[in-house]
Design a protein around this ligand. Sequence first.
Ligand code: DQA
Length: 143
Amino acid sequence: MKILVLNGPNLGRLDLRDSKVYGDIDFPALTELIVSAGKEFNIECDVRQSDSEVEIISWLHEAADKNTPVIINPAAFTHYSYAIRDAADMVKAPLIEVHLSNPMSREEFRHTSVISGVANGTIAGFGPDSYRLALIAISRMVK
Ligand code: DQA
């Protein structure tokens, strides 16, 4: 099975972000970890990152057209992008929202996710393991 693993703004520069929140992993290492975790579940992970809302929306359209499952960390777009929410809603295959940190234990503006309502589920707060847990969820849902 092939899936898309989409990552939003600033996740490509994890190396520069607060390591107390995001740990020490950089984006290339996170990508490697996701790809190798995927192999354990026979899932081919196409990991992408963009700082552009337009590009993320076009990837969600691609997933909707091809009926491809999605793991998405919308990053800051989580909290206000109705456009990404509407695009995520078009994906009928499983779609799991993930976060490295636990937004609910952070600043108040992070307590709202406009994406959760159209995701099958949300996994947050487990660092890179959030992606691994999402892979487990997808492998079970697609069985
Ligand atoms: C994040 C949490 C968001 O609030 C933040 O804007 C991010 C990363 C996470 O993975 O913990 O960029 O999605």
